[in-house]
Design a protein around this ligand. Sequence first.
Ligand code: FES
Length: 148
Amino acid sequence: MALDFKINGKNESIEVDPETPLLWVLRDHLGHTGTKFGCGIGQCGACTIHLDGQAARSCQISAADAAGVPITTIEGLSPDNSHPLQKAWIEMNVPQCGYCQAGMLMAAAALLQNTPKPTDEDINTFVDNICRCGTYTRVRAAIHKVAA
Ligand code: FES
């Protein structure tokens, strides 16, 4: 079945089973590999994207539900990696292995859209992505730097 997607401001149409998770559509069908697979069950947040401007875990969304809805991936957060959060992430050496950080950044960007001056508690609640390297302290510091 042909489905139309709006990803990072571009229209992309593919033949895909409507029940395919959006994460697979992004990575395997359309080559947006910045969005990562971690758990596949909605727990880790590695696959976080923005769906209609809100953070969403793409492994839990079907292709049919995502079709036609504006989607932003890490590749579209800023065309030249100049989003304030990306700059803060680099300045503060937030990533360690880096695998989960695209999802972290997408969750953090959505948080700041909704809550421009988040507390640590806000961050812990909203950006509940899992990082096996334990970068949480630097994630919080970088978000506060941008929010200041
Ligand atoms: Fe989607 Fe872990 S891969 S939440």
